[in-house]
Design a protein around this ligand. Structure first.
Ligand code: UDX
Length: 450
């Protein structure tokens, strides 16, 4: 919405949320306090806020005034009832639709921006048509393909914008209205229009394919470690095949983020609900491989530390699910930490952007142990060198650029020996680390041979 406001000064954009604190933070004069850390976003908010971009808790008023409403609420995996652990929870979508229906007095276009299962638009339409005040609604699907950390540039220069609408004169008109907004800055040939179902399913498919690439290269990373191949070399070699392409081939300790797992589980659930068990199993394997990669990383670390990490200090560099974001949802770090805490390790975490309360919240959410135990076993440091003092092992969980520039000799000197690095992102240079004296493990190329 900030980008739409910045690129279209003639359009008034109001972002509403029930959460007063969140809206107050979006309105904070100090742009460091924006609720989302995203490179470049602060400058966009500074430019558009108060001009044609507004943040408010007056939801009914904004609905009443709007010609077009984007529903952008979360659709987490269900934690209860039918479809628990797999299906998307559409509770918040339904509440939005009911509120829009109750308040609207004029015709409106409602845009699904949240990622949704196929055929959700028909549920929204049904609610709007049956509870509304004889107002006509057109429902569009406009899935978002931005990635965190690069959101601003992804939005300014998208590979494509996808708009799904009903193939009726009214549906086509609504689609065109949304096309016209994007056309203010996106070249026309990159704006695709489809039917609603194709649009909804394309979003799940894109995320499933991207995640599948990561799981595929992660599966190869284990073969590399066993055979003496180097996964980064394999990635480079296959990525030069233009049919394969070079992106999303970086082996890692496992993908995280708010989308991949949730969307694949959702896809699996949809496939199962149509009785397509082979299709469901196929996609589920992408998730299982990802879980396995996190387990494998932890187990190798325990083996390297002489089969016990009990009372040993292990330092985590990185907690976010990827660099340049403070988002930790489904981050591999959470699972690896939980596994190590089960083995009675003492963990010290340093992440350039993630705050201590978030790290504890992520662990407490798992309910593996008491909150007081998480607090006593894991500490959060605000300075990387202190985080490594007297540590047995450093685990790199996020590929923050700054980790590459540290004084690794100084870090080595202050660690217990043998000093071990477990690089879950193959971020550092093996030779440099080994020359300093570290035992160095990197995902997809194994551990220093002694
Ligand atoms: C993803 C999709 O890319 C985006 O189009 C969609 O809108 C939302 O979901 P995001 O979750 O923000 O975006 O990040 P992404 O860059 O896709 O990374 C997801 C995870 O995969 C991260 O944990 C990342 O570290 C990991 N990853 C990515 C790898 O391990 N290897 C890779 O080669 C690429």
């Amino acid at each position: 919405m900030a980008i739409i406001a910045q690129q279209c000064p003639h359009i008034k954009v109001t972002v509403v949320d029930l959460n007063e604190k969140r809206i107050a933070d979006w309105n904070d004069d100090n742009l460091d306090n924006l609720p989302v850390f995203e490179p470049g976003l602060d400058a966009i908010v500074r430019e558009a806020r108060g001009r044609n971009l507004f943040f408010s808790t007056e939801v009914d008023k904004a609905i009443d005034e709007a010609e077009m409403i984007f529903i952008s609420v979360n659709t987490p995996t269900k934690t209860y009832g039918k479809g628990k652990g797999m299906a998307a929870d559409l509770k918040y979508i339904e509440l939005c639709a009911r509120q829009i229906a109750r308040v609207s007095k004029q015709n409106k276009i409602v845009v699904e921006k949240s990622t949704l299962p196929v055929r959700t638009a028909s549920a929204i339409k049904s609610i709007l048509d049956h509870t509304g005040n004889d107002v006509k609604f057109e429902i569009l699907s406009n899935p978002e393909f931005l990635a965190e950390g690069t959101a601003v540039s992804d939005l300014l220069n998208p590979d494509r914008v996808l708009i799904g609408g009903d193939i009726t004169p009214e549906g086509n008109k609504a689609s065109q209205d949304l096309v016209d907004i994007y056309a203010n800055w996106v070249p026309k040939e990159r704006i695709l229009t489809t039917n609603v179902w194709s649009s909804e399913l394309s979003k799940l498919t894109a995320n499933a394919f991207l995640a599948q690439r990561v799981s595929s290269i992660n599966a190869m990373s284990e073969i590399c470690e066993k055979t003496g191949a180097d996964v980064d070399e394999v990635s480079r070699a296959i990525g030069m095949d233009s049919r394969i392409g070079s992106k999303f081939l970086k082996a890692s300790v496992g993908f995280g983020g708010s989308c991949f797992q949730k969307d694949i589980l959702n896809l699996v659930y949809i496939a199962k609900s149509y009785g397509l068990n082979e299709v469901a199993d196929y996609w589920e394997q992408v998730i299982l491989m990802n879980e396995y990669q996190k387990e494998r990383f932890t187990n190798q670390m325990i083996t390297a530390l002489y089969n016990t990490v009990s009372d040993k200090k292990i330092t985590f560099f990185g907690w976010a699910f990827k660099k340049d974001t403070n988002d930790t949802r489904e981050s591999a770090a959470i699972k690896v930490a939980d596994n190590l805490l089960n083995e009675q390790a003492k963990i010290s975490v340093y992440d350039p952007k993630v705050k201590a309360n978030q790290i504890y919240a992520d662990l407490d959410y798992l309910k593996t142990r008491k909150e007081t135990e998480n607090k006593s076993l894991l500490t959060v440091e605000t300075e990387p060198y202190t985080a490594c003092e007297n540590s047995h092992c450093i685990a790199i969980l996020t590929e923050w650029d700054e980790f590459k520039t540290y004084n690794w000799q100084k870090i080595y000197d202050n660690m217990l020996k043998p000093a071990v690095i477990f690089d879950g992102r193959s971020l550092l240079e093996r030779k440099k680390m080994e020359d300093i004296g570290f035992i160095y493990y990197s995902i997809g190329s194994g551990i220093t041979k002694e």
